[in-house]
Design a protein around this ligand. Structure first.
Ligand SMILES: [Zn+2]
Ligand SMILES: [Zn+2]
Ligand SMILES: [Zn+2]
Ligand SMILES: [Zn+2]
Length: 191
């Protein structure tokens, strides 16, 4: 059987194979041209409203199921790495031991989260974990569990830090089952 070998030249840039970078497999295009072609293809898919892989995206999303779950897996790994780098549990100053990664969020210590998100919109959501990794997990961030983080957003501090004097609870009024409005603090922390 004829086994296919690398062609003598790239079919796109026409440079001899010896002058180009090639992938592991026999291919008609050099690596550089392959990258360009891939980008052109994803751009075409995007223009047609498709996922970058060419499949129909999920309703109201830009990516398909499969690409979404791949991205989710990658993001979860990034999140776990970040939490481990910062101590692996909720570092609420009032004392909290939540260490389940699904309950943990990243808090920007002393920083105004809203301000930072304005400057760096990609800090919203998963972008922050990639940012932290690329910057070798800089100081100034800590894991907070969802409860502690949301409490700080809503009340300025966590109930863990409350003194016994102001920890009295007033019962919810009847019929007020709707979530209370969060006022100016509508931004949720990255999960
Ligand atoms: Zn080429
Ligand atoms: Zn896809
Ligand atoms: Zn906590
Ligand atoms: Zn707390």
């Amino acid at each position: 059987m004829y086994k296919r070998h690398r062609p003598p030249k790239c079919s796109k840039c026409n440079k001899p194979a010896s002058d180009c970078r090639w992938g592991e497999h026999a291919d008609d295009y050099c690596l550089d041209c392959r990258g360009i072609l891939q980008k052109e293809r994803t751009d075409r898919y995007r223009l047609r409203g498709l996922c970058r892989c060419g499949k129909a995206p999920q309703a109201e999303k830009k990516v398909c199921d499969r690409c979404l779950s791949t991205a989710k897996r990658r993001n979860r790994k990034l999140k776990i790495e970040a939490m481990q780098a910062y101590g692996g549990k909720c570092l609420c100053p009032g004392g909290c031991d939540v260490s389940d990664v699904d309950f943990l969020t990243i808090d920007h210590i002393d920083g105004d989260g809203a301000d930072q998100r304005k400057e760096k919109p990609w800090m919203v959501g998963q972008g922050i974990y990639l940012y932290l990794k690329r910057n070798n997990y800089p100081n100034g961030y800590r894991p907070l569990c969802w409860n502690c983080n949301v409490s700080r957003y809503q009340f300025g501090r966590c109930p863990h830090e409350r003194t016994s004097l102001d920890s009295t609870v007033s019962p919810m009024q009847d019929g007020s089952k709707e979530a209370p409005s969060r006022g100016g603090h509508s931004e949720m922390p990255a999960m």
